[in-house]
Write a protein that binds this ligand. Sequence first.
Ligand code: PEP
Length: 260
Amino acid sequence: MLVAGNWKSNKSFNEAKEFANAIAAMPQAPAGVEVMIAPPAPYLAAMGDAQPPFRLGSQNVSATGSGAHTGEFTAEMLAGCGVQDVIVGHSERRDGYGDDDKVVAEKVSRVLDAGLRVIFCCGESLQDRQSDVHFDKVLRQMESAVLHLPAEVMDRVVVAYEPIWAIGTGLTATEEQAQEMHAAIRGWLREAFDDATAKSIPLLYGGSCKPANADALFACEDVDGGLIGGAALDPDSFRALVEAAGRVSALRMQAGAEAS
Ligand code: PEP
């Protein structure tokens, strides 16, 4: 299970340091649970130097290499700052900052080429869902960014399904809606790669996930954790999400042990 926090453009630098200290003071993440936090980019180098007790994530990366690209930062620069994971394809970047499918595919490749792990976001709008094209939309996004990847990098790919209508709105996908889309993504990965690859790729749910609904969402068969916005801003609610993932992880480990 992976619980990944996306702070977006929130928190002062001091608040970011206080949050990292609060997490460090809490008990270790439960067995089988990875924790990632993506603070605003200007804080990454300092947070990386402090070797926080969680994976350090970036919310963005350049689609270009080093050179005359004012304001951009490359995947290699992120790696040098201690970043391990990079979020690519978030709907806020797709909708507001020109990250179309081509740019997203380029960013995914650059993150992987730099040896980092990518958290690739996909998801449909409310209009897509109401028009019953939500599966097509999401699987087309997968096709354009993931299909071309060589099999050997797939152990550094995480997929986050984030229905746009649920992001920051307080609306959450039902367990059935989350599970059926995750199963479709898993099925697509099986077709595009193979069964072992499909099973091994963590599929995160994102969209108003919070302590009150996390147990139910994380318990869905094909949900392997969450990409969390609002509820990742407060250490206590973030910790509650990590604990929810821990409960599900313990159940899955028990089921695995009983089956073998
Ligand atoms: C997100 O931005 O990735 C997200 C899931 O936000 P929220 O949890 O606030 O809906």
